[in-house]
Design a protein around this ligand. Structure first.
Ligand code: FE2
Ligand code: FE2
Length: 405
């Protein structure tokens, strides 16, 4: 039998010793290291399923260490062992997804065992899923590359202190469909301009750089990955669904008093892109996608369940793989990955919650289509984060209809 492996990292040798003594009768392989550097060296050689790391360590602290583990071995489950549960940096690291859990130090023996058992189970599930996903990704002839216009605009935005709005506008004007899209949005009800916006430069000023970034990205992605009409995919309905979700997510975030305008803009972009995995399925896994649609229709089930049945993975997993491969910001990768299971993600929680609720709402409002034949239910705990009175819902619906007109 193949045993799973746990790596403990702590600069105090007596902590490592007591963990060894405590867990010696468990069926796991145990590795230990007294520094982050040694921990990384073990990860390089051994197949590790779970890493449990102390936070305060000299040279490379636990936060830096688990961040690196996440980057290099994203499928290894990560836990902090910390006596500083309320320490701001740990909370921040948890929010960014560097670790999935926190174990208090000193620990209670039984609790420690339970958490490790649970985490190893999670690691096993992750591995199974990952193998299926990897098989699918390997079967694609080639992964689409990030569209050129976006890369150029992104480079420009990254150097914003030395770049003028004129230069950004000139760059966008090279692409007529992106320019038209920006003008359309700048004139839409969502941005409430009293006067007609008729130049790209003015549109950039009205929309702001985060929205421009999101729109250029989504336009570029839709045009480069869009399936052909012969693939049986209704691109127009899909785009309406995505746009409506972006707008609704932005409006939901604007209802939360503690969020900033930037979060609204991020929610908009995340909403626009949340279902990109479906584009990949329809374009590159055409036959399976048709089968998914038929299965969902015949069994009156959600697309997500049908995807599990036909592909063994979902548009969330495929889409987030691509978003990650394109090095898109983590709030996009997370929204693509967790919009149907928002409670499972610790990072960008409000943005993902907004995209989740927006996705369900726009399907109930029948705006566009995401390919679902049965209306999805939202996670009630996530819904409860927003004060969705009848009045708010009808005002969101009204704004959506106006903005999409
Ligand atoms: Fe989805
Ligand atoms: Fe969706």
């Amino acid at each position: 039998m193949n045993h799973q492996s746990v790596l403990f990292v702590d600069d105090e040798q007596n902590v490592l010793n007591s963990l060894r003594r405590l867990l010696h009768d468990e069926p796991w392989n145990m590795f230990s290291a007294d520094s982050g550097e040694k921990g990384l060296a073990i990860l390089e050689k051994e197949k590790i399923d779970l890493v449990i790391s102390d936070v305060r360590m000299p040279v490379m602290d636990g936060i830096q260490f688990l961040k690196q583990v996440k980057q290099r071995y994203p499928h290894v489950v990560r836990i902090f062992l910390s006596g500083y549960a309320d320490h701001k940096a740990v909370v921040q690291a948890l929010a960014e997804g560097s670790a999935q859990q926190l174990l208090p130090k000193p620990w209670k023996d039984e609790e420690l065992r339970e958490v490790i058992r649970g985490a190893l189970k999670q690691a096993e599930e992750l591995q199974k899923k990952n193998e299926r996903l990897q098989r699918i990704i390997n079967s694609l002839s080639s992964l689409p590359t990030m569209p050129h216009t976006y890369l150029k605009v992104k480079k420009c935005l990254a150097d914003i202190d030395n770049v003028s709005i004129d230069q950004i506008s000139d760059l966008i004007e090279e692409d007529t469909s992106i320019s038209a899209e920006l003008l359309r949005w700048a004139n839409s009800a969502l941005f409430g301009q009293r006067h007609q916006v008729d130049t790209v430069k003015r549109a950039v000023l009205v929309l702001g750089l985060d929205i421009v970034d999101g729109l250029v990205l989504s336009e570029s992605v839709f045009s480069s990955v869009a399936p052909g009409s012969s693939d049986g995919f209704d691109l127009k309905a899909f785009q309406t669904h995505s746009l409506a979700c972006g707008i609704a997510a932005k409006l939901l975030i604007s209802e939360l008093p503690y969020m900033e305008p930037k979060d609204e803009d991020w929610a908009f972009t995340a909403g626009l892109l949340h279902d990109i995995g479906k584009l990949i399925e329809a374009r590159y896994l055409t036959e399976q996608y048709k089968k998914i649609i038929i299965t969902a229709r015949e069994k009156k089930t959600t697309l997500l369940k049908a995807e599990h049945e036909v592909l063994g993975t979902t548009h969330e997993e495929i889409g987030s793989y691509l978003a990650d491969w394109w090095s898109l910001p983590s709030f996009i990768v997370n929204a693509v990955r967790w919009h149907h299971e928002p409670a499972l993600c610790n990072a960008n929680r409000e943005i993902i919650a907004a995209v989740h609720v927006a996705d369900v709402l726009v399907q109930h409002f029948a705006l566009g289509s995401s390919g679902n034949y049965s209306l999805p239910e939202g996670d009630p705990e996530i819904w409860a984060r927003f004060d969705l009175t009848e009045e708010t819902l009808s005002s969101i619906k009204e704004s959506l209809i106006k903005s999409l007109a």
